[in-house]
Design a protein around this ligand. Structure first.
Ligand SMILES: Cc1cc2nc3c(=O)[nH]c(=O)nc-3n(C[C@H](O)[C@H](O)[C@H](O)COP(=O)(O)OP(=O)(O)OC[C@H]3O[C@@H](n4cnc5c(N)ncnc54)[C@H](O)[C@@H]3O)c2cc1C
Length: 269
């Protein structure tokens, strides 16, 4: 299928992209790797009149150590995240989860910012920003603001990024040697998760769930059980409590609930 007609505006800097976003507002969409936006345009689920291409803005692709966190630029490709020694050492959950995103072609093209701004509850990386309690930096012409991961995913495929804003970077707290785990259940290798979970242990443990709601969600009940020192079997048994998983051609609600409990049990073990 071919997308509807659109104007193409390449941006050479974040400032230029933000100016273009300001100028075209709701009519425009940023394109990064294009792996989520283009399929939506081909299916006529998105019909932007203007595409602002940020794919060549080198300044938005970086992985940097800063005090107590690692900052990852929004345009950083999954492959760089997957192979980053800095992330493997300081936020290993993120590097590991990135290696589970699609196949090598997808990881060479797709970006962390695109994955998060798409806001798909079936994606892998939103669960990681929830589990690690990351902070997202969003910029517009009026300035920059910080949004906690918990406030970033607002509705189905909707995020806190407004039409005139650009996601600039994501800040992940360093976790050192704290245990972590990532579990993803899919029908075939390289498929999207039917259900998955990302667990980051620490003084304030985080459990991000994949495909267990209409937006990316954490399992707060299981987090509380973990914080209280409950046994693995008891924490896992409440993995799906308070969550509303979808039913689709891949799995029904009860099956997803069952998977969530099994996968969290494996992750904690
Ligand atoms: C075959 C295939 C398999 C896949 N499998 C998986 C998988 O197993 N797990 C998984 O998690 N993902 C998977 N993906 C999705 C992949 O991770 C995409 O790369 C990602 O979802 C979108 O990244 P992108 O850079 O391509 O974003 P784009 O498609 O360019 O953009 C996505 C959305 O984000 C917005 N956007 C992008 N960057 C910014 C920014 N900096 N500021 C504001 N808005 C922005 C765009 O306007 C658009 O709305 C798969 C994709 C494909 C095609």
């Amino acid at each position: 299928m071919i997308p509807a007609k659109f104007d193409y505006k390449p941006a050479s800097s974040a400032e230029e992209a933000i100016l273009l976003l300001q100028e075209y507002g709701d009519e425009a969409k940023v394109i990064a790797g294009g792996h989520s936006l283009l399929p939506l345009m081909k299916l006529r689920l998105a019909n932007p009149e203007v595409i602002i291409d940020i794919g060549e803005i080198q300044d938005l692709s970086f992985i940097e150590e800063r005090d107590d966190h690692i900052a990852v630029g929004a345009l950083t490709r999954h492959r760089l995240v997957e192979h980053s020694d800095l992330l493997r050492e300081n936020v290993p959950l993120l590097a590991h989860a990135a290696s589970h995103v699609g196949d090598p072609q997808v990881r060479n093209r797709g970006t962390i910012g695109g994955s998060l701004c798409h806001g798909d509850p079936a994606s892998d990386l939103p669960a990681v920003v929830l589990a690690t309690r990351a902070t997202l930096i969003i910029r517009s012409q009026t300035g920059e603001r910080e949004v906690a991961a918990d406030d970033f995913f607002t509705d189905f495929w909707e995020t806190a990024v407004n039409p005139a804003e650009l996601l600039m970077e994501i800040r992940f707290p360093k976790v050192g040697d704290q245990p972590w785990a990532f579990q993803k259940f899919s029908r075939r290798a390289q498929d999207w998760a039917i259900v998955g979970c990302a667990v980051q242990h620490g003084s304030n443990p985080g459990i991000g769930m994949i495909n267990m709601g209409s937006i990316p969600v954490r399992s707060s009940v299981a987090e509380e059980a973990l914080r209280s020192g409950n046994a693995v079997i008891d924490v896992a048994s409440v993995a799906d409590e308070g969550l509303s998983p979808p039913s689709d051609i891949h799995a029904e609600v009860d099956y997803r609930r069952h998977l969530a409990r099994v996968l969290l049990g494996r992750a904690l073990s």
